[in-house]
Ligand binder design. Structure first.
Ligand code: F3S
Length: 417
């Protein structure tokens, strides 16, 4: 692989031990995938922020102790827990200490403490065509597809190496030729009002991920008035059911203004029609385990935006959550501050909702809570919850989550009303 002078200096240790190790790891990755050269990235989104095992903490601390400094702006994905309101979350001491160790190693290397999995809704948002290195599956799908910046799907550790060197091997979705669609998903005629229900977007994303797998696919039939939050939920769902790093919504996303551009004048290898039956089946499969009445309702996977809080407050309408039900929402510090300024935070909390920053909804401290079943408006959460936490789960819309929490009875409305 061709290395410029800076990369060669890093590889031979002239820029310190952290840079040497990071460049060696990225070089191995490039060789493995046959990359021809290293390229500069303008920013990094680090996914290695959850405390999972000691090895992750030790890697971050070792790089920081060796003098590693982030060469480009590096924002952080959520920690395992809320680093500010950890008492409200009943975080055990050991988990808090390990999360703090990760926090201080990243801050020592110069990270921007965004602690959010929706970095495309705040902070340093890249522009169309920018080469970046992002981790976190929903964020990768969004930044590639909706913004049109270019990143591969960076795994833990490689994201930190990219931040330290400011470079990555040129491979995968960094290259224009790998960004054209291979297959086409066409939405069969659905009633127009179906697209007014925000549930449709993550459900379509879930089916899209299952069909596309790791192939770049185009989807036809999404109306032009799709919102940023709709695109967020589609990205998160697609990247949870498939290895989706890039999708094209024809007529919506920037690399697919029309079907010809989406397929770079070629033809789809395969065309799949998404039917109403497929959507019903997806909804059914997103109920996992017996869940007669949820005792945890959790929103904000990915992190809630200001607009989603405005909608939540409208649905709550000053009513109170039934006792015995925990109603949680996860968001970023920046959004938390924004809703606080608008007095939304106080009004929502008065209903009995708990709002957490920094953390990941799937990583809540299970040992501190005896939940039996969770309900969420996130397909990604519902898809992962049972396998990752052992908690039974069901997916429905935000309004259903609110009505269930207020009434104390499971309320699921039909998508086809
Ligand atoms: Fe974010 Fe955790 Fe969901 S990182 S996207 S809240 S699984």
């Amino acid at each position: 692989m061709h290395l410029n002078e800076t990369a060669k200096h890093m590889l031979t240790g002239k820029k310190g031990r952290a840079c040497e190790l990071a460049m060696n790891i990225l070089g191995e990755l490039g060789d493995l995938y046959g990359a021809e050269r290293m390229i500069a990235v303008s920013q990094v989104h680090i996914d290695m922020t959850l405390y999972m095992v000691d090895a992750g903490v030790e890697f971050a601390e070792r790089m920081a102790d060796w003098g590693g400094q982030f060469a480009v702006p590096a924002q952080l994905n959520p920690a395992s827990i809320d680093l500010i309101h950890h008492e409200k979350m009943r975080v055990p001491t050991e988990l808090l200490e390990n999360s703090r160790r990760l926090e201080s190693a990243f801050l020592k290397m110069g990270a921007i403490p965004t602690w959010t999995c929706a970095p495309y809704q705040q902070g340093l948002i890249p522009s169309f065509g920018d080469q970046v290195a992002w981790g976190e599956s929903n964020a990768v799908a969004f930044v590639n597809s909706v913004i049109g910046a270019r990143t591969e799907r960076y795994a833990d550790l490689t994201d930190v190496c990219a931040a330290i060197t400011g470079m990555v091997p040129e491979l995968g979705l960094h290259l224009a030729e790998n960004r054209k669609a291979e297959i086409l998903l066409r939405i069969a005629d659905l009633p127009a009002q179906t697209f007014n229900d925000s549930r449709i977007y993550p459900l379509l994303g879930f089916i899209f991920g299952e069909m596309a797998g790791d192939r770049v696919a185009g989807i036809e039939g999404i109306p032009g008035q799709v919102t940023e939050d709709n695109l967020k939920s589609f990205s998160a769902a697609a990247a949870s059911s498939g290895a989706v790093g890039l999708f094209h919504m024809i007529g919506v996303t920037p690399e697919a203004p029309d079907i010809k551009t989406c397929f770079r004048n070629g033809k789809p290898q395969d065309t799949v029609v998404i039917t109403r039956e497929m959507i019903d089946s997806a909804e059914t499969r997103l109920i996992q385990g017996a869940c007669p009445m949820p005792d945890l309702i959790t929103l904000g996977c990915p992190h809630y935006s200001v607009e989603e809080f405005i909608r939540l407050e409208k649905y709550l309408d000053s009513r109170k959550i039934k006792s015995g039900i925990e109603f949680w929402v996860f968001t970023s510090r920046k959004t938390y501050d924004a809703i606080k300024k608008k007095n939304l935070l106080e009004r929502i909390e008065r209903s009995g909702v708990k709002i957490f920053t920094d953390g990941c909804s799937l990583q809540y401290p299970k040992e501190s809570w005896n939940f039996t079943c969770a309900m969420s408006d996130s397909v990604k959460y519902a898809n992962y919850c049972f396998s990752q936490t052992g908690l039974n789960v069901l997916f429905s819309g935000t309004r259903d989550c609110v009505e269930t929490a207020i009434s104390g009875e499971l309320r699921i409305s039909s998508l086809w009303k």
